[in-house]
Design a protein around this ligand. Structure first.
Ligand SMILES: Cc1cc2nc3c(=O)[nH]c(=O)nc-3n(C[C@H](O)[C@H](O)[C@H](O)COP(=O)(O)OP(=O)(O)OC[C@H]3O[C@@H](n4cnc5c(N)ncnc54)[C@H](O)[C@@H]3O)c2cc1C
Length: 292
């Protein structure tokens, strides 16, 4: 019997992953699963564990590079509407992990609840952004999180409260395999002023980052007190090309994938940046992008 018996309608085999990532690169996933409820997700997770099949959680694919050979395991996507509910209770807002953050930011601006506008222009889902503690100049997502609901690799659900959560630069201490939802504590604000702030933050992002190109945002983490982009730029690497991958002229910590690029091109360019910066400065660059 197949491990996915009874779940044929939510499991796809050899599903192309490239269209599901912002890089638009990479090979297929052996299994691709879109559960329709928490119960279904829990059963699937248990079956994967029983069958020793590695599990990968896909959000919006905005911080992800899938290798050309694809993913030899099961990729789970929380794209079903059951995982993107938004429930507003005064200033507390519970949001499903599959919710697109850009849509959330716009909805909250209309409602007049401030705190997440710092995420304007940062692509991804609530789950992916909490996992990465996504953010930047204007703040990060972790600062408004009051509670997170997670599921472990055995399908058990737990709640973690603010006191127990640590968010730091592009990291959180949430180790559970799956983030299911988050409770945000926001602040009432005039909707027109809030909409204006969202617009300003979005324009700042658009002017400082190549948002229109295929990429995964910043490719390396900033070393303590330094800028990875500046180190790559000072190493003279802006505009460097391997195959169809290029170190952006606009922002040196972005690798953009041009027509015909492969994941191997991106990985080779990352290695070139790492080696050149190491040779010139002794500093080791660490990936921010998640590689499957
Ligand atoms: C043009 C562009 C600009 C960007 N600018 C910024 C920026 O300014 N600041 C910034 O911080 N980032 C930026 N990024 C990177 C990206 O937006 C963030 O890292 C974001 O958090 C990715 O979310 P995602 O849902 O797409 O996650 P994915 O890329 O799908 O996954 C990233 C990681 O999170 C895990 N994950 C996803 N969903 C869940 C879940 N529900 N439960 C558990 N784990 C999960 C995945 O397994 C993976 O390990 C940018 C990316 C692009 C393409």
């Amino acid at each position: 019997m197949n491990w996915y018996a009874d779940f044929e309608n939510i499991v796809r085999l050899n599903e192309p992953m490239a269209p599901k990532t912002w890089f638009r690169l990479g090979g297929p996933a052996r299994y691709f699963i879109e559960p329709r409820s928490r119960e279904e997700l829990s059963t699937v997770v248990k079956r994967l564990a029983e069958n020793n099949i590695p599990m990968y959680l896909l959000g919006g694919g905005a911080n992800l590079l899938v290798r050309d050979q694809g993913v030899d395991g099961a990729v789970i996507s929380l794209s079903h509407s059951a995982f993107s509910r938004v429930v507003i209770d005064d200033r507390m807002v519970r949001v499903g992990a599959g919710k697109d953050v850009l849509k959330l930011v716009l909805e909250l601006a209309k409602t007049g609840l401030a705190g997440l506008e710092c995420q304007a222009g940062i692509p991804g889902t609530v789950g992916g952004e909490i996992r990465m503690n996504a953010g930047g100049t204007f703040g990060d997502i972790g600062s408004t999180v009051a509670e997170v609901t997670v599921m472990d690799s055995f399908g058990q659900v737990f709640t973690r409260q603010r006191d127990d959560l640590v968010f730091s630069y592009r990291r959180s201490n949430i180790n559970a395999k799956i983030i299911l939802d988050a409770l945000f504590e926001l602040t009432p604000e005039n909707p027109d002023r809030l909409a204006q702030r969202v617009k300003e933050i979005w324009m700042y992002k658009r002017n400082t980052q190549p948002l229109k190109d295929n990429s995964a945002g910043c490719i390396f983490r900033n070393p303590d007190g330094l800028s990875a982009g500046k180190l790559i730029d000072e190493a003279g690497l802006k505009g460097s090309v391997v195959g169809g991958a290029e170190i952006s002229q606009h922002h040196a910590n972005f690798i953009v994938a041009r027509h015909g690029a492969s994941s191997a091109d991106v990985l080779a360019l990352m290695e070139l940046a790492r080696k050149t910066v190491r040779d010139k400065t002794g500093i080791e660059l660490e990936s921010e992008v998640v590689i499957w």
